[in-house]
Design a binder for this molecule. Structure first.
Ligand code: MN
Length: 197
C-alpha cells in the first residue's frame, strides 16, 4: 500500500494572488512530492510497508532510529491536510459549528485570528500553526518541522504551513503578511467544519 500523492483540490493558479501558482508549483509539485517519494523509499521492505500513513506516524514518533520515516510521512500527512484547509474565496469569519465554537472559546473572531497569527509568527524556524481539538476543547498549537498533532493525540481542524517554502516566493521574509492574507482570504471553513464530525 504505497503512500499516496493526492491531487490538489483546486487548480494551481486558483489561490492567486494570495498564494501564487509559482509557489504551488514548488510547494505542491516539488516539496510535497519529494516527501511522498522519500517516504515510499524509506518504508519499502520494512514493517511499515503495509501500514496506514497515520499509523506509521504514530508508531515512529520519538524514535530516533526512525526519524527519517517519521519526518517524511508526517510531512505527507501535514501537506495533504493543508491543501484541504485552503480554497479560493475562503477565509474570514467562520460559519457553521466551528464559528459557534470559536466565538465561545475566544469571544471574538479577532481574538482567535490574533492567537493563530501569533502561533504562526512565533514558531521559530520551520513548522506549522494549528487549530485542534484536545479532548473536545478548541486549542491553537504550533509544531516544529514535520511534527504533527496526530502524533500527540490531538485532532487537527486547520493548519497553516509556516515553512519558508510556503511563502517565500510571494512574501519573502514577511511571514505575518502571508498568515494574515491566508486567514482572511483562503481558509476553507467548510473543510474545517467537516473535521469537527
Ligand atoms: Mn510545506
Amino acid at each position: 500500500m504505497a503512500i499516496q500523492y493526492p491531487d490538489l483540490p483546486y487548480a494551481k493558479d486558483a489561490l492567486a494572488p494570495i498564494i501564487s501558482a509559482n509557489t504551488l508549483d514548488f510547494h505542491y509539485g516539488k516539496h510535497h512530492r519529494a516527501y511522498v517519494d522519500n517516504a515510499n523509499k524509506l518504508i519499502a521492505g520494512t514493517e511499515f510497508e503495509d501500514v496506514s500513513l497515520e499509523a506509521i506516524i504514530k508508531k515512529t514518533v520519538g524514535d530516533a532510529a526512525k526519524v527519517g520515516i517519521f519526518n517524511n510521512t508526517a510531512q505527507v500527512w501535514n501537506h495533504s491536510f493543508y491543501w484541504q484547509c485552503l480554497k479560493p474565496d475562503g477565509g474570514g469569519i467562520p460559519t457553521g459549528a466551528i464559528g459557534t465554537k470559536i466565538m465561545a472559546a475566544w469571544g471574538s473572531y479577532d481574538k482567535f485570528v490574533e492567537e493563530l497569527k501569533t502561533a504562526g509568527t512565533t514558531q521559530f524556524g520551520s513548522g506549522w500553526a494549528w487549530l485542534v481539538l484536545d479532548n473536545g476543547q478548541l486549542k491553537i498549537v504550533k509544531t516544529a518541522n514535520a511534527d504533527t498533532p496526530i502524533a500527540h493525540g490531538l485532532k487537527p481542524l486547520l493548519t497553516l504551513d509556516v515553512w519558508e517554502h510556503a511563502y517565500y516566493l510571494d512574501y519573502q521574509n514577511r511571514r505575518p503578511d502571508y498568515l494574515a492574507a491566508v486567514i482572511d482570504k483562503l481558509v476553507n471553513w467548510d473543510f474545517v467544519n467537516s473535521c469537527l464530525t
